[in-house]
Design a protein. Structure first.
Length: 246
């Protein structure tokens, strides 16, 4: 039984808010604020709680204590093997540490747990995307491409936009692809003198919709397409700024 099993609904709600504040502080590079939030979370749930340990690992990562963050996440996963966020963060950390087998292992666990969560939300059936969501994502993606500088837009205008739920197991397993990525441009590798158009643009709907809705979804689809344009065509930071893609 975890420490959270003994908490009241009010305490659980308070804990959830504190942990969200911890992550917000880290997103703003406010380490001291994150530590204060962690201390408050420990008072409610105890230092051994998996969510508290996850917050401790995030702070260690932010302060570049990578080995400590990895050790903490492994402890968290011993307590809660189905903690998908912990698997994903550990995969990202192991990628930084160039541990490819470990990275792939935890990315595959993330993918499996995320897919299970999708099924649980839909009563065991595969998640189905509404036609409104399909139309919205495709419309924003195509509008973003049409708004690119003409030399890039022309190369992408006839490239199909494919919506997939999440990256395939094979893609994650063979290349260590992030199972929570929002998009991918697929095609032949570009050469130094000529960059061909991709064969298709893939947007991962479950990953997008897990985090965004409404106008925020539109913004993230646009950001994803622009990011993948820059990545696919090998643009550096100066190129991105010059073309208005930063």
């Amino acid at each position: 039984m975890s420490d959270q099993d003994t908490l009241s609904d009010e305490e659980l709600d308070e804990l959830e808010g504190i942990l969200a504040e911890l992550e917000r502080c880290l997103a703003e590079e406010d380490v001291e604020g994150a530590r204060a939030a962690l201390s408050a979370a420990e008072e409610i749930a105890g230092p051994e709680d998996p969510d508290v340990g996850y917050g401790r690992a995030l702070i260690a990562w932010e302060t570049n204590e990578l080995e400590a963050a990895v050790a903490e996440l492994k402890r968290v996963l011993e307590l809660d093997p189905e903690f998908a966020d912990a698997h994903h963060t550990l995969g990202l950390l192991l990628e930084e540490l160039e541990d490819e087998p470990g990275m792939v292992h935890h990315f595959l666990r993330t993918r499996a747990l995320d897919a299970k969560a999708d099924r649980d939300r839909h009563g065991g059936a595969p998640a189905e995307l509404s036609q409104d969501d399909v139309d919205r994502i495709e419309r924003v993606a195509r509008s973003t491409i049409d708004g690119l500088p003409e030399d890039l837009a022309a190369r992408l205008r006839n490239v199909p936009i494919i919506l997939e739920s999440r990256p395939s197991r094979a893609l994650v397993e063979e290349s260590g692809f992030d199972p929570r990525a929002f998009g991918l441009f697929e095609g032949p590798a570009h050469g130094e003198d000529h960059i061909p158009a991709p064969t298709r643009i893939v947007l991962f709907t479950s990953n997008l919709l897990a985090s965004f809705s409404g106008e925020e979804l539109d913004e993230q689809v646009e950001i994803t397409v622009l990011h993948e344009v820059g990545h696919y065509f090998g643009l550096d930071e100066d190129d991105m700024v010059r073309l208005g893609l930063d």
